[in-house]
Write a protein that binds this ligand. Structure first.
Ligand code: G3P
Ligand code: MG
Length: 244
C-alpha cells in the first residue's frame, strides 16, 4: 500500500539551528522546506499573545520573570537570540500576529497553548483568529490541557484542534472521542504509541503529528508507522531524509 509522506512540521521553527520561537527560526524552517510550523503561546499582562515556550523569560531572553506579569512594551525590548548564538543577537519574542505575517497562507501553523490563564488565552486567541478569519484552514490549536481544547472547539466550531499528550493511551482514537467535539489531530510523544494506534486514528480521520523527532532512526520509525506529519527541530534534515 502506498503511504503518503508525512509533512514536515518545524518545531518552534527550526529550534535545532536557530533560537526557538523567533522570526529567524520560523523563516529558517520555511526556507528549509517545512510545510508547517509549531509554536508555543503565552499572554502578556496587557493581553498580547506572544510566542515563547516557557511562561518565564529567563531561559530564552535577557529578561526575567513571568510573561503574564509584564507589559508587551517591555517584553518587546528583550533579546531572544543571543542566548542561542551571537549571530542571532537582536531577535525578539514575536507576537503571534507577527509570525502569521511571515508565514505564507496555506502553510499550517500549529499553535500550542501552554496555559489557560483563567480563560484569558482562549478569549484572546479566538479574537485574534476571528480577525484573521481567512487563516482558519491553516491553523490547528493544540494543548496538553485538553479542557482548553474542548472549550475552544465548543466556542469556535470552525477551529481545528489537536490533543497533545505523552502517555501511551490504551486507545488513542477512542480517547479523542471522549471530548465530544471533533478533534482534528493527535500529537503524541513519538515514543508513546504503536503502529496499530496510527492505523486506528487514520481510520477515524485523525491526523497524527508526533513530537519531537530529531534522529534519523526515529524519522524512519515514524514513516513506517504511517504518521501524517513529523514535528522536528531540524526541518532541513527531515526534508533530506524524506528525499523531497
Ligand atoms: O507541540 C509539540 C511539542 O512542542 C510539545 O512539547 O514542550 O516542546 O512544547 P513542548
Ligand atoms: Mg510546543
Amino acid at each position: 500500500m502506498h503511504t503518503p509522506k508525512p509533512i514536515i512540521i518545524g518545531h518552534r521553527g527550526a529550534a535545532g539551528e536557530a533560537p526557538e520561537n523567533t522570526l529567524a527560526s520560523f523563516a529558517l524552517a520555511l526556507s528549509q522546506g517545512a510545510q508547517a510550523i509549531e509554536l508555543d503561546v503565552h499572554i502578556t499582562k496587557d493581553g498580547e499573545i506572544v510566542v515563547c515556550h516557557d511562561g518565564t523569560l529567563d531561559r530564552t531572553t535577557n529578561g526575567s520573570g513571568l510573561i503574564c506579569n509584564q507589559q508587551w512594551a517591555d517584553i518587546q525590548k528583550l533579546d531572544a537570540g543571543a542566548w542561542f548564538s551571537e549571530k542571532f543577537r537582536g531577535e525578539r519574542i514575536p507576537l503571534l500576529s507577527e509570525v502569521f505575517d511571515i508565514v505564507p497562507k496555506g502553510t499550517l501553523i500549529n499553535v500550542e497553548v501552554k496555559h489557560a490563564y483563567e480563560g484569558r488565552m482562549e478569549s484572546a486567541l479566538l479574537a485574534f483568529l476571528r480577525e484573521t478569519d481567512d487563516r482558519y484552514e491553516d491553523v490547528v490549536v493544540s494543548s496538553f490541557d485538553h479542557k482548553v481544547i474542548q472549550r475552544l472547539k465548543r466556542a469556535e466550531p470552525a477551529l481545528k484542534v489537536g490533543l497533545l499528550y505523552a502517555a501511551n493511551l490504551i486507545d488513542h482514537a477512542a480517547y479523542a472521542k471522549l471530548l465530544e467535539v471533533e478533534v482534528y489531530s493527535l500529537h503524541p510523544h513519538h515514543h508513546s504509541f504503536e503502529r496499530e494506534d496510527i492505523a486506528l486514528a487514520a481510520s477515524d480521520g485523525l491526523a497524527v503529528y508526533p513530537y519531537t523527532v530529531n534522529e534519523l532512526t526515529d524519522y524512519q520509525r515514524m514513516i513506517e508507522s504511517g504518521v501524517t506529519g513529523i514535528i522536528t527541530d531540524f526541518p532541513g534534515r527531515l526534508k533530506a531524509f524524506l528525499n523531497i
